[in-house]
Design a protein around this ligand. Structure first.
Ligand code: 3NM
Length: 229
């Protein structure tokens, strides 16, 4: 069912209050599906967060990307789901996204916080307590940590790291939302939840599913204590 919510009035600090099923996608992840149709299937299926991550061969750029991003935002608004933009401050500001996500090699995190101001959420990929500390010092709202498992989606991904560093970061910063990413599927998600994450971020296991809504339901059932049936 569609819900219309004014997310601009929503403060970022409650963005990860409930377990998050955070879907990442760009046009190059949609396979044979029409990208916006795939996003809408995922929204209907109950994703809680969306990140536009437009990467790889054939990725949209310039006006085409801005137009696609605005369409994604419109759809996300209809379902009351916050939209994040990967790596592109200008695009995030142009479409007034709810947040931006950057990696360690992308941009200086403090500089990004200055550019986006205080009200936009900032996600930063980190791999250690040290990087977590640096990201939080320059104003990160949440941390992404991965790859937990092997992934073929990100060509320059580091070796699989499991959940050990996630547990260390959560021990040091229990109140900071951490999102696990990389090779997460319904069958291996439980150990990620048990490491204390606020959410799991997924590309291929949702984008490539025949039954997108069914797959999202399986992810929901992987949340300890939330199993249904
Ligand atoms: N970042 P899939 S792994 C975008 O380790 C991304 O920071 C990673 O895709 C990291 O769910 C990754 O298909 C790819 O494995 C996630």
């Amino acid at each position: 069912m569609r819900r219309t919510k004014n997310l601009s009035k929503r403060k970022w600090f409650i963005l990860f209050g409930n377990p998050a099923i955070y879907f990442l996608m760009g046009t190059t992840n949609a396979g044979t599906k029409e990208p916006l149709a795939l996003l809408e299937e995922a929204l209907q299926g109950g994703i809680t967060h969306f990140q536009l991550r437009e990467k790889g061969r054939g990725a949209l750029t310039g006006d085409a990307l801005a137009e696609f991003a605005a369409e994604c935002k419109g759809l996300c608004r209809e379902y009351g789901v916050p939209i994040f933009i990967n790596d592109d401050v200008e695009l995030a500001c142009t479409i007034e996204a709810d947040g931006i996500h950057i990696g360690q090699d992308d941009m200086d995190c403090g500089q990004v916080r200055k550019q986006i101001g205080a009200s936009m959420a900032l996600g930063v990929s980190v791999h250690s307590v040290k990087e977590a500390n640096e990201a939080l010092t320059c104003g990160a709202t949440y941390l992404g940590m991965g790859p937990v498992f092997g992934t073929r989606t990100k060509s320059d991904a580091k070796p699989p790291a499991g959940v050990a560093e996630i547990i260390k970061v959560k021990t040091q910063y229990p109140h900071v939302p951490v999102i696990g990413i990389g090779g997460i599927e319904p069958g291996n998600a439980e150990m990620v939840w048990r490491a204390g994450v606020s959410g799991i971020a997924v590309i291929s296991s949702i984008a490539g599913a025949q039954d997108v809504a069914g797959q999202i339901e399986r992810f929901k059932q992987s949340i300890p204590g939330r199993r249904v049936g």
